[in-house]
Structure formats: C-alpha cells, structure tokens
Ligand binder design. Structure first.
Ligand code: SAH
Length: 253
C-alpha cells in the first residue's frame, strides 16, 4: 500500500509552514522538495509577494511540483497556519537563550513517526530574519540542523528538503528499491560446490601452485573467498570447466 494513503501516515499528518518568505523561487523549490519526498501540505504565512504561488520564479523552481505549489495555502497569521495541529517544530539556524528543547531533525522525525496521534507542523523562517522569538516560543521543539558552526545557515528550500527527507526515511524505514544482490540464478548445491573444490584443488596441484606436502591454508582460504560470493550452479560449472581444461592441457585427466 502507498503509505501516503493511510490516514495515520506521516505523509498526511505533517505540514510545512514557511513564514515571511522573500524569494518566490524558494517557495517553488520547497514545493518540489515536498513532492520528491511524498509530502504535499505547504502553508505560506505572509509571503513577501502575496501572489507568490503564481510568481514566475516559484513556478520555475517548482518544476514538476506545480500541483503542490498551486495547492499551497496562503494565510495571514501563524495561528491560521497551525490550525488543527497539536505539535509544532520551529526550524532555526541559531540557538537561543530561551527556547523550547533543541532536537535534531532525525530525532524529531522518529518522534513524529512513533506517535500517530501527532498532527505536526514544521515552521521555517524567512531568508533574511529567520523566525521571530514569539513564533519559536509557541512551538514544542526547536530543530537545529547540525552544520558548520562557522556557517550554519542553509538555504530555506534546502532546509525544507532535509527535513522532508528525514521524515520520509523515518516513515518508510529508508526502503529503497534495491539492485538485486545474492542469487540471480539457481543457487549451487553444497555437494556441487564440494565437487568443484576437489576439482580445483587437483588443478592447482597440477600447475604446482598447491604443494600437497605443504598445502598451508590455501584451500580453506579459497573456500572462505567463495563462501562470500553466493555461488550459482552455472558459476560452479565454469570453475570446474577451468579446472578440467588445466588438467587436460597437462594431460592429467
Ligand atoms: N538569516 C536567518 C537564517 C535564514 S535561513 C537567521 O539568521 O536565522 C531560512 C530558514 O531556513 C531559517 O529560518 C530556518 O527555518 C531554516 N534553516 C536554515 N538553516 C538552518 C539550520 N542550520 N537549522 C535549522 N533550520 C535552518
């Protein structure tokens, strides 16, 4: 099932609130950030351009996420933006003397996933001023993205992207389509593998690579090497073919 379809999934319980955004491009890029991570709720509090969602730059930066941009809710106050929420996290590059508890994006994402009763908002500040104290103080936690202490202020849309990513990884368990590893063909039977080792050993003795009087740890090491590979029947047959050819060339078969 698509996780965004379940009502308790974080995809339907998390909104992204941008306060006083100056650059429409950042609003578009934020819409794209949300969509790439499977989120959809974007709320704009007093953007510098009231019609920012139709701004040329916003549209350009949103790219394929026009639907998220067009559906963004534009409101005049933080109260309206947080309506229906029972949890809010303020995003700030700067730590303050008086602030809610400071939490990392990852820890926050884990908390939001673990508690399906939370209808949460992530609140981001403006490019120039960040978030005002009165908004930070009304939030449950302050999220600080760990960054270079000498330059810790991320671009707004990139901060949005990072939070959306952490929330997605927490919600989906980081599941990504895997390239197939392990067996692609028929797994070799253990007896086939033993037969191949015996054949290989004969060939290695025949070319004087393995001294039967002083074998050291050659065969155990080779067995350990092959044991890590997940041998398939066809591969065992290839290795036996090589051994057979060596013995044939030397007239030992
Ligand atoms: N000049 C502002 C920073 C603006 S960056 C200031 O000094 O506060 C725009 C927004 O991106 C910030 O308000 C914050 O919500 C988010 N952001 C950027 N870097 C961040 C960081 N390291 N941790 C948390 N939020 C960050």
């Amino acid at each position: 099932m698509n996780p965004s379809q379940t009502s308790t999934s974080l995809f339907s319980r998390l909104r992204f609130v941008l306060v006083g955004t100056s650059h429409p491009g950042n609003i578009g890029a934020a819409a794209r950030a949300l969509k790439t991570m499977g989120f959809s709720q974007l709320v704009l509090v007093n953007p510098r351009f009231p019609d920012a969602v139709h701004h040329e730059e916003a549209i350009a930066f949103a790219s394929g996420a026009q639907d998220i941009l067009a559906a963004a809710r534009v409101v005049g106050t933080i109260e309206e933006a947080l309506e229906g929420c029972n949890f809010a996290a303020a995003l700030s590059a700067r730590l303050r003397e008086f602030s809610p508890p400071v939490v990392t994006p990852r820890a926050l994402a884990a908390q939001l996933c673990a508690d399906a009763g939370l209808d949460a908002a992530l609140v981001f500040g403006s490019e120039r001023y960040g978030l005002p104290n009165d908004i930070i103080e009304r939030c449950n936690v302050l999220i600080n993205i760990p960054a270079n202490p000498d330059y810790s202020s991320l671009n707004l849309a990139q901060a949005v992207q990072l939070l959306a990513y952490e929330a997605r990884v927490a919600e989906t368990g980081g599941a990504v389509p895997q390239t197939p590893v392990g067996f692609q063909g028929e797994a070799a039977k253990l007896a086939q593998i033993e037969g191949m080792y015996a054949h290989l050993e004969q060939a290695l003795v025949a070319i004087d690579f393995l001294d039967p009087g002083n074998p050291k740890k050659l065969m155990p090491r080779l067995k350990r090497l092959f044991s890590r590979t997940g041998l398939e029947t066809e591969e065992v047959n290839i290795l036996r073919g090589i051994a057979r050819q060596i013995l044939q060339k030397l007239g030992r078969n």
